[in-house]
Structure formats: structure tokens, C-alpha cells
Design a protein around this ligand. Structure first.
Ligand code: SF4
Length: 253
């Protein structure tokens, strides 16, 4: 299957099945979303949603957070990953909102990235979710799932993945495609053991094609048997090789 075809199936499937996919982070304003996304780096949304209610209550505005200290913020976020750094980032981010951005979360990717704790991924989430910009944030799920499905080819960095997704996805699906890929990666296409057997998009997934088709399974078996010493196994290998020859997939054995 060619790449544009995979994209077509991807957009068609998820547009129909998850037309309203959104972030699982809880927030009530751009400022709160910015806090939640900064905290969510290397951490689960579930954990972030546990700590943000008290944090948002204590620091309802950029001014209140800017007037605080990393030590105080630390007490509210001690259970998330890297709490020391994130506490510093949150206070630094709030100070910049107050001192540089007139207490408003900026819309531009470059401005967003000037703030402590805000990398390209976080900036893209804010630009896309808050400002409806044609941007797509590449986190670990988006990176892995795009590669597995075959939406990207030889994309070894988040930026390379981002560029390929932007090239092929219709612009009006960029924001929601980010959520489709995250949710699929979180619940089905899991990092260590993807649930291919129950995956509804396996029929257009490149990884599935490579690892689960009959020819692929035969090929894997033949490779295992290649090192076999006894005659019985060699006979089995010959049989499989002939079968593969018929299917023209034996060139790598
Ligand atoms: S078939 Fe497997 S690898 Fe492909 S998207 Fe589904 S779970 Fe992921």
C-alpha cells in the first residue's frame, strides 16, 4: 500500500470513529492548559489531572504563580515526574507571561518556546488546541504510532515526523490527528506490546503487514530454521523455502 493511501484510510477511519477526540488533560483556560502540558512531559495525563485541581486553585492567575516560589509550587506537584525542574519552569513561565506577554498566553510557536519548560511539542499543543493553528505536536505516542502505521518513513526525530505529517495530512485534520495518534498509542498501539490482534486499523498498518501476514510469519519461521542442524528441521526449511519462492518473498532468506 502506498503512503497517500494509508493517509486516506487513516483520516477516513478516525474522522468517523473519533470525530471529537480531545486532550485528556483537564483545564479551563489557556493558562491552565499551558501548566498542564508543561507538567505532562514524561508523565501520565492521569497523574497530572490528580495534581492540577489544587494547583489551579492556589494559583488561579499568571500573577499569583509568578509571585510564588519553586519551593511552594513543588509541594503541589511532588508526585509528578521531575518536580524540581517543573516547579522552576512553572514559576519562570508565569513570570514571562507577566513581564513579557502582557499576562496572555502568546499564540506564536516562537514566542511560546521562549518560556521556560516550553519546547516545540508543548508550543505546538498550545498553538493547535488554543489557537487552532495548523500545527501538530509530536510526543512519544505520535512518534511511535506514525512510524508503525507507515504514515512516516525513516523519520528519526520528532521534527522529521512533524514535517511528514504536515506534508500529507489535510490541514484541517492536523489538530485532531494529534489526539487520534495519542489515544491510539495509549490504549491500542502500546509501546512494548501493541495490541495488533484487536487493532481496528491493522488492515492498513505497515507494521502489521510486515509482522503478521502469512508470508511474513513463514519468513520469520524460515529464518529461525535456517540455523537448524538436524535433517528434520532442514526438511521443514526446504518446504517453507519452496512455499516462499512461490510467493516471491524468499530473497532475504
Ligand atoms: S496493527 Fe499493531 S502496530 Fe499497527 S497500529 Fe495497530 S496496534 Fe499498532
Amino acid at each position: 500500500m502506498k503512503k497517500p493511501e494509508r493517509y486516506k484510510h487513516f483520516v477516513e477511519y478516525f474522522s468517523k470513529q473519533q470525530p471529537n477526540a480531545v486532550t485528556e488533560l483537564h483545564y479551563g483556560s489557556p493558562f491552565q492548559l499551558l501548566i498542564a502540558v508543561i507538567l505532562s512531559a514524561q508523565c501520565t495525563d492521569k497523574r497530572i489531572n490528580q495534581v492540577t485541581p489544587a494547583l489551579f486553585e492556589r494559583f488561579p492567575t499568571p500573577e499569583s504563580l509568578a509571585a510564588s516560589t519553586p519551593d511552594e509550587v513543588f509541594n503541589y506537584i511532588r508526585s509528578v515526574s521531575y518536580p524540581n525542574n517543573k516547579a522552576k519552569h512553572l514559576v519562570g513561565m508565569a513570570k514571562m507571561l507577566v513581564d513579557v506577554f502582557n499576562i496572555e498566553v502568546p499564540a506564536g510557536i516562537d514566542d511560546l518556546q521562549k518560556m521556560p519548560g516550553v519546547g516545540r511539542k508543548t508550543a505546538n499543543v498550545i498553538a493547535s488546541v488554543v489557537f487552532d493553528a495548523p500545527a501538530i505536536a509530536v510526543d512519544t505516542h505520535v512518534f511511535r504510532v506514525s512510524n508503525r502505521i507507515g504514515l512516516t518513513t525513516n523519520a528519526r526525530t520528532p521534527l522529521a515526523v512533524e514535517k511528514q505529517l504536515i506534508e500529507y495530512l489535510p490541514q484541517d485534520t492536523l489538530g485532531i490527528a494529534h489526539h487520534w495518534l495519542i489515544l491510539h498509542g495509549r490504549y491500542i498501539c502500546i509501546a512494548r506490546s501493541p495490541k495488533c490482534e484487536i487493532c481496528p486499523i491493522s488492515w492498513f498498518c505497515k507494521y502489521y503487514e510486515r509482522t503478521h501476514t502469512e508470508a511474513a510469519l513463514l519468513k520469520a519461521e524460515a529464518l529461525k530454521l535456517k540455523k537448524a542442524k538436524d535433517q528434520k528441521k532442514k526438511n521443514a526449511l526446504n518446504k517453507i523455502s519452496k512455499e516462499l519462492a512461490k510467493r516471491s518473498v524468499d530473497k532475504d532468506i
